[in-house]
Design a protein around this ligand. Structure first.
Ligand SMILES: *Cc1c(COP(=O)(O)O)cnc(C)c1O
Ligand SMILES: [Zn+2]
Length: 412
């Protein structure tokens, strides 16, 4: 069994150290806590510490000590795809897409669900809960069922039909809330303190947050420990961004990679509190949001994690930008046609933002750029193409085939 190198929890604000345990904030200053590992051991043993497939390949740098608690549905180990045609269309020399839609419930959330539900088992909880626009809810419900835990899932009233179907199938309790994520999360976060359930939310729990760090480990290992120059990550509350950035820092500190990729935070314009603060050089002002097609990015008040993202962007020469809903939908078609990757709008917001940054010459097209595609398109609801059918005989069928295939080159 691979042992966990997790050592303690450190406050990101005052640096106070606490022992490992189910803690949500610093005792001294209420700052957020971050897990810290024995990186000297990682440096000494290197990739030999990693074994097996998927997310738990990196169990040494995850905080779930007992192998019996490492709940899995086969998450992680998602493909890092070379995308030459899309690269040409965007005008960048080399483009890689990290396609997380191939996770068990179709989104990046399965990475955090694995460590959240694993930690719930580790700390002896029998119930989990989360407030979700759809993806986290369906993922936490699935992983809780897999671990034999009760799940209390609060889902957004405008969540897509496939997400609702998935949640109602897997959750032990599904509750629909009125309004957007921001409206319920503050209340729910207060309830977390009463310890009625294990916190599977994005606001504070350092154990949940941790699973998404494996994105960095995978991208680094899949590129032969020479990661891309730039990594574009989606940002709602900031878990994906923060965890991925720290994964790369751990790898650098342990000497497994030589330098850090530049991190780009991608948001939807209708929920762009962090990108806006970055551009204006100010602190984050929470914004009142309505609907965005990037449902998974619909958080207007990212809280203390948002501040953390902003701090990382400023300390490490990052970049933040956003894209309008129409640009995101255009990117969805582009990625599907150019590379055969069918991702949901939330999943391709990174590509829409990347396109904008390249057009605005804010990124160097000679660099190797990686964009995280965080969800499948199969959980999206959208207008259907026409279902009007044609009845064929052999002649009309041949005519159609010949006509369609004549005179057109290869797509893209
Ligand atoms: C939740 C989610 C994100 C990003 O959320 P963070 O809280 O910033 O990590 C990105 N993509 C998808 C598909 C999501 O469901
Ligand atoms: Zn503190």
């Amino acid at each position: 069994m691979v042992e966990s190198l997790a050592r303690d929890l450190v406050c990101i604000d005052c640096g106070a150290v606490s022992p490992l345990g189910y803690r949500l904030e610093c005792d001294k200053c209420r700052g957020l806590l971050e897990l810290r590992y024995d990186l000297d051991r990682l440096r000494a043993k290197g990739p030999a510490l990693f074994a097996g497939p998927g997310l738990w390949r990196y169990a040494a740098v995850l905080p779930v000590g007992d192998a019996a608690h490492r709940v899995t549905l086969g998450e992680g180990g998602t493909p890092l795809l070379e995308c030459p045609r899309l690269a040409r269309q965007l005008g960048v020399r080399r483009l890689l897409l990290k396609y997380d839609g191939s996770n068990p419930t179709g989104t990046v959330k399965d990475r955090t669900s694995a460590t959240a539900v694993g930690a719930a088992l580790q700390f002896g909880y029998t119930a989990t809960s989360v407030v979700s626009s759809g993806n986290a809810g369906s993922s936490i419900a699935a992983y809780s069922a897999r671990a034999g835990l009760r799940s209390l899932i609060f889902a957004y009233e405008r969540a897509s039909a496939p997400k609702l179907l998935h949640m109602s199938a897997t959750a032990s309790d599904l509750i629909i809330y009125k309004g957007v994520y921001d409206d319920l999360i503050t209340l729910w976060d207060r309830l977390v303190e009463e310890r009625l359930f294990f916190d599977c939310g994005a606001s504070r729990n350092p154990y949940k947050h941790e699973g998404k760090k494996t994105l960095a480990y995978e991208i680094a290992e899949q590129s032969g420990w020479a990661p891309p120059d730039v990594v574009v990550a989606p940002v709602a509350v900031g878990e994906t961004f923060i965890a991925t950035a720290r994964g790369f820092r751990e790898l650098r500190d342990a000497g497994l990679i030589a330098r850090l990729p530049r991190m780009v935070a991608a948001q939807a314009t209708r929920a762009n509190a962090i990108a806006r603060a970055f551009r204006d050089g100010t602190a984050i002002t929470p914004i009142k949001i309505g609907y965005t097609v990037a449902e998974g990015l619909a958080a207007g008040s990212p809280g203390r994690k948002g501040d953390w993202v902003l701090r990382l962007l400023r300390e490490h020469d990052g970049l933040a930008a956003d894209a309008e809903d129409q640009e995101i939908l255009d990117a969805q078609r582009l990625v599907a046609r150019a590379e055969g990757i069918w991702a949901g709008p939330t999943g391709v917001a990174t590509v829409a933002v990347l396109k904008r940054l390249l057009e605005g010459r804010q990124l160097d097209p000679a660099q190797t750029i990686c964009a995280i595609i965080s969800e499948t398109g199969l959980k999206t609801e959208a207008a259907l193409p026409s279902r009007e059918g044609t009845a064929f005989d052999l002649d009309s069928l041949r005519r159609l085939v010949v006509e369609r295939l004549s005179g057109r080159g290869r797509p893209g």
